[in-house]
Write a protein that binds this ligand. Structure first.
Ligand code: NAP
Length: 257
């Protein structure tokens, strides 16, 4: 039996076009930069200006496209696909990163805080995945990387809608992998641990929560956004062609504790 070992080129994203949601800051920004450094052209999607991300990617301005879109509704979903394909001729990679969190005790949790998080973190994510997959199927395949959470595995406290969305996202990742793996689309997720971003600023600012979190991270430090980018780049690459339906923790060992 012949063995075709992959070489380093299978980790390259040269000639690929990626869409990254929530690419202006935090984890999405780091992932956009990581994909670009691996050779991809990146459509930067979000509701804020992408100038900082564009500057970090540097190089040729034709390597990035900014698409302003508010993912709290489904209105921009098809436009994101259409603008990306019109710009680059195809769409090979989708990173579903945009997400919000609302904090309140479960006993007081409001319908508004429930709906807002589910709409962005789960509903828009699903329908954007569907729209991108329709394009990927025309091209013979693609890669979808969902940004889940350790709350895909654990309950947490004071974040009912977030835990529901991220736990739902783990199941959705497996369902989409089941339906699309045989059609050439890899659907996987990354579960970041505690990463220093706007999302976690209130926890970092709370000395008691900050210490409790730090004390249980085996790596001994909060994650930095760029520490999530490597896993995303790998899962978006041909080197991951046989990986389907995983939720990969990138958490400094949190879940191993
Ligand atoms: P962040 O800095 O708050 O980034 C969230 C991103 O989502 C921002 O780009 C934000 O845009 C965008 N976004 C939010 N609502 C949107 C909407 N309606 N339409 C379009 N874009 C929207 O936090 P982050 O930590 O990098 O979060 C990125 C992802 O990682 C999220 O899915 C989050 O749940 C997940 N995550 C984070 C951690 C962590 O410890 N930080 C851990 C596990 C998972 P604006 O800047 O314009 O608001």
């Amino acid at each position: 039996m012949s063995v075709a070992n992959p070489d380093l080129s299978s980790f390259s994203l040269a000639s690929k076009t990626a869409v990254v949601t929530g690419a202006n800051t935090g984890i999405g920004q780091a992932i956009a930069v990581g994909l670009a450094r691996a050779g991809a052209r990146v459509a930067l999607v979000g509701r804020s200006a992408m100038d900082e991300t564009v500057a970090m990617i540097g190089g040729d301005p034709n390597d990035t496209l900014e698409i302003r879109a508010d993912l709290s509704t489904l209105n921009p979903v098809q436009e994101i696909v259409d603008k990306t394909v019109a710009w680059s001729g195809g769409l090979d990679i989708l990173v579903n990163n945009a997400g919000i969190i609302r904090r309140a005790d479960a006993i007081d949790f409001s319908e508004e805080d429930w709906d807002a998080v589910i709409d962005v973190n789960l509903k828009s994510l699903f329908f954007l995945s569907q729209a991108c997959a329709r394009q990927m199927l025309k091209q013979g395949g693609g890669k979808i990387v969902n940004i889940a959470s350790i709350l895909s595995f654990q309950g947490g406290i004071r974040i009912a809608s977030y835990t529901a969305a991220k736990s739902g996202l783990a199941g959705l990742t497996r369902l989409l992998a089941n339906e699309w793996a045989g059609k050439g689309i890899n659907v996987n997720a990354i579960a970041p641990g505690y990463v220093e971003t706007n999302n976690t600023a209130p926890l970092i600012a709370d000395p008691l929560r900050n210490k409790a979190i730090l004390d249980r991270i085996p790596a001994g430090h909060w994650g930095k956004p760029h520490e999530i980018a490597g896993a995303a780049t790998f899962l978006a690459s041909p080197a991951a062609d046989y990986i389907h339906g995983v939720v990969l923790p990138v958490d400094g060992g949190w879940l191993a504790r």
